[in-house]
Design a protein around this ligand. Sequence first.
Ligand SMILES: O=C(O)c1cc(=O)[nH]c(=O)n1[C@@H]1O[C@H](COP(=O)(O)O)[C@@H](O)[C@H]1O
Length: 279
Amino acid sequence: MNFVEKLLTASRRQESLLCVGLDPEPGRLPASLRQEPVMSAIVRFCQDIIAATAPYACAFKPNLAFFEVLGPAGLQVFQEVVQAVPAHIPVIADAKRGDIGNTARAYAKTFFETYGCDAVTINPYMGRDSVAPFLEYRDKGTLLLCRTSNPGARDIQDLRVQDEGGTLRHLYEVVAQLVQSWNTAGNCGLVVGATYPEELRQIRAICAQMPILIPGIGAQGGDLEAAVQAGVDAQGELAIISSSRAILYASEGEDFAQAAAAEARRTRDQINAARQKKD
Ligand SMILES: O=C(O)c1cc(=O)[nH]c(=O)n1[C@@H]1O[C@H](COP(=O)(O)O)[C@@H](O)[C@H]1O
């Protein structure tokens, strides 16, 4: 089963477009976990969050920064967290890598083979040959940054450049067009912030059948309904609406897992309501 099939299967089974982001911060763990050594505390925190929110999630997205910051043992923690995700739910490694060919090959092997992730976020800035080693893994997903959720996204991604046909377009539109042409194996996706629904709508029009990872709801304040309606495909699927802090830290007390489950369920239901409204 390739990434898109696995994503659609999980999404339909769970009736969910919600991706739970795993961005664990030691300072925000509940008091009881803060008594434990930090590595085991983070593993336990993520395991409990995964178990509590899995019924409402179509994917999990651990962000490497929050594991790498822990030092050498952080990658062991990352591995344990990836392994805690139920086998039927895809894991998206949020790594935002991008480098020359042999380095990219090592990154691809790291995320797809060493850690067994289903997809990885990649920065397309270095071009086709830097992405090619990821695309060789036909059953895995390569999700390319297109129009990110942060305010500075416009600094570079909104520049007007000529596309292959000589038409002036925003750089993010040209990225979407290029990724569409790289998608011969059906294993590409895009990353577009929920904070920019109009840009998301334009990108969905260019890449009608590609999965789009959409972070920026919750803590970043993106308009959930607008993002869902702009981001889904014609069938109301293939949008991966991601939220990290709003779910992870729904409660900083001992009831953190129940609170995360309640927030995940509420978000999943809001997303589904927005999907239905679009019909
Ligand atoms: O690639 C990403 O996931 C990503 C792209 C983007 O444009 N904006 C964005 O916030 N992200 C990631 O999505 C997560 C958002 O976290 P919350 O704002 O806590 O929901 C973080 O891990 C970000 O690194």
